[in-house]
Design a protein around this ligand. Structure first.
Ligand code: ZN
Length: 291
C-alpha cells in the first residue's frame, strides 16, 4: 500500500490541516538505518512531520528540515522533506534500547533527552530561515506544536505516531497537523480542542485500517472543509556522485590531499541512505585540481 498525504482547508478559512499515512516511508527508513523500536518511533514521527511541513512549501527549490538534538542516547534525529514530500533522514545512534514507559509506550523522549528542536526552511537561494525552540516533552508532536506557536505564531494541534510490530517492522505510522489561521474565533478553537480530547491514538486508527479521511472526520467533526490536495509521500534520497564530489571539494585542498595521501583514497557514505561512494587516490587528486 502506498503512503498518502491529504491537505484540507476549513470552508471559512479558520484553519487548515494536513494528515499523513506514512507506514511505507517509515518502514523504509527503519530498513535503511536498522533502527531499534524506540529510534524507529522517533525517526518515523520526525519524517511524518517533515512530510506534512513539506506540503506547505511553495517552490521546488525549497526544503524543510526538522532536527532534534538532545543529551539522550540517540544524540540527534534529522528529517528533511522537499516540496513534494519526498523525505530522507538519519539518526545519531540507531540502536538505542530503553525500557518501555509505565504506560507501555516506547520512550522516545528518554531517547532524545533535554535539548532543542531546530526547523530549517531552506529557500534554495537566500539564507535559510532557522527557528529553534527548547524541547518541551521530547515526544516530538508537542515540540513541533510549540515551535509553530512560538516561532511561527500559528497555534496548532500536532499528533504523530509510529506503531512498531513484534518483529520490529513498522505496523502503522502517521499523524496530522491542524493549523489555526490568524483571527480564528474562540468557539472554533474550543470545538477543535473538544474533538481532539475525544480522539483515539493516531496509530490505533491507522492500525485498524481507518482511512485518513475517516480520521480527519473525527478531528474536524462539526466543521465544513474541503480536501484540497492529495499526494504520495515517499522516502527518497537525492544523493549522487556529483553531490558527494561537491561536499568533498568544500572540504578544501589540504583535507583532500591528506585523504589521498594517508588513506589511499576514501569511501564516502551518504548519511541519509547509507550508499557508499568510493574515491581512489587519483580521483581525489583530480578533485583537488578542480578547486
Ligand atoms: Zn543518499
Amino acid at each position: 500500500m502506498k503512503d498518502r498525504l491529504i491537505r484540507m482547508i476549513e470552508k471559512e478559512g479558520h484553519f487548515r490541516a494536513f494528515a499523513i499515512d506514512s507506514h511505507g516511508m517509515v518502514e523504509e527508513a527503519r530498513r535503511i538505518h536498522g533502527t531499534s523500536p524506540v529510534v524507529t518511533a522517533g525517526l518515523g514521527r520526525s519524517l511524518s512531520a517533515a512530510a506534512m511541513m513539506g506540503a506547505e512549501l511553495k517552490t521546488q527549490q525549497e526544503t524543510i528540515s526538522v532536527q532534534l538534538k538532545g543529551d539522550g542516547p540517540v544524540g540527534c534525529i534529522v528529517a528533511v522533506s522537499d516540496s513534494d514530500s519526498r523525505v530522507r533522514g538519519y539518526v545519531g545512534e540507531p540502536l538505542v534500547d530503553l525500557p518501555l514507559k509505565p504506560n507501555g509506550k516506547l520512550d522516545v523522549s528518554g531517547s532524545i533527552g533535554q535539548g532543542h528542536l531546530t526547523v530549517v526552511h531552506d529557500l534554495g537561494m537566500k539564507e535559510p530561515y532557522v527557528g529553534r525552540v527548547e524541547l518541551q516533552s521530547g515526544e516530538i508532536a508537542e515540540d513541533i506544536a510549540y515551535y509553530y506557536a512560538t516561532s511561527q505564531q500559528t497555534p496548532s494541534v500536532v499528533a504523530l505516531g509510529v506503531l512498531v510490530d513484534r518483529d520490529y517492522t513498522v505496523k502503522a505510522a502517521g499523524g496530522y497537523i491542524v493549523q489555526l489561521m490568524p483571527d480564528c474565533p474562540e468557539e472554533v478553537v474550543s470545538k477543535l480542542e473538544e474533538n481532539v480530547a475525544h480522539m483515539p491514538a493516531v496509530t490505533q486508527m491507522l492500525a485498524e485500517q481507518h482511512t485518513l479521511e475517516e480520521m480527519m472526520e473525527k478531528i474536524l467533526q462539526g466543521f465544513s472543509y474541503d480536501i484540497t490536495e492529495e499526494r504520495e509521500p515517499v522516502y527518497h534520497c537525492n544523493c549522487g556522485r556529483e553531490r558527494i564530489e561537491r561536499v568533498l571539494i568544500s572540504l578544501g585542498k589540504k583535507e583532500l590531499l591528506d585523504m589521498a595521501r594517508e588513506q589511499n583514497g576514501a569511501e564516502i557514505r551518504c548519511h541519509f541512505c547509507n550508499k557508499t561512494y568510493p574515491f581512489s587516490e587519483d580521483e581525489l587528486r583530480e578533485l583537488v585540481r578542480k578547486i
